[in-house]
Design a protein around this ligand. Sequence first.
Ligand code: SF4
Length: 358
Amino acid sequence: MTFLRQDTRPVKVGNLTIGGSNEVIIQSMCTTKTADVAATVAEILRLEEAGCQLVRVTVNNEEAAAAIKDIKKQIHIPLVADIHFNYKLALKAIENGIDKVRINPGNIGRREKVEAVVNACKERGIPIRIGVNAGSLEQHLLDKYGYPTPEAMVESALYHIGILEELDFHDIIVSLKASDVPMAIEAYTKAAEVIPYPLHLGITEAGTLFAGTVKSAAGLGALLSRGIGSTMRISLSADPVEEVKVARELLKAFGLIANAPTLVSCPTCGRLDIDLFSIANEVEEYLSKLKVPLKVSVLGCAVNGPGEAREADIGIAGARGEGLLFRYGEMVRKVPEADLVSELKKEIDHIVEVYEAT
Ligand code: SF4
């Protein structure tokens, strides 16, 4: 089963294309002070390693805008500037080589200021993300609707889009974030019907690692299952690397990521005779660094183990003090429990080598 993306206008961001039936791009946001170039670059490099494809930094002052030039030289993925209201910071970020700007044109102020930003973006082929947030809707919409609603959010997006389109600018990406999951689902669903631009998915202020992961998976999962969304950010009160891990896992669940390994592991039960939780966690950690479409199964016993292992590239089924090792569905040997993880890693390395050589 495949989940086809909505056929949106493709928008270029650095060397990426967002939308237009391309893959769903994973993004995150730095937690560092942008002006602290060393800390920001270090965080971005960790995000890159985890599989982040696009990263946003706040540009809330002159120093942050100035730091973009140095940050750009030391990273390998496109960089997005998050700007609120201040068009001069947007111009500075663009001048310093930013790849995308997140700014709401309706909040910039006088038309000349909006035009200045739009012209600078046009000159350099930089897209603009309009970020609608249920918590900061324009007053005229709150007056009209009384409180934030999905309809008000879509109307807000259309208002900002209208300003850009009037200036003949179409390299637009749109987000409609809410921390309320049903509201976000409805806003994005309605937006997908009327907005031809790529949608950036997110449940804003989703919460801590555990609760935020569940909320984000519920909201974004519903949207991805309907083919909605061209890029996504999981917002967690946690290390942003965790956001990327969650995003990759979510895309894996829908078969929307080509270069990620999958781990199948059982919940265990009274039949278990090995320390499966430790083995599964260790293998998961090992797999998290790989960018290969590999399926590994780690099952507690011979009830379901061989069946699952047959569907996987490599797998084990536990037994008393040992495990049966399967490769492409064939049982290859018995391995003592103490060596199971190291033997699995060797087999995984071998598959990765073969994959990379072909
Ligand atoms: Fe229990 Fe075996 Fe199933 Fe794991 S694979 S849950 S140990 S029956």
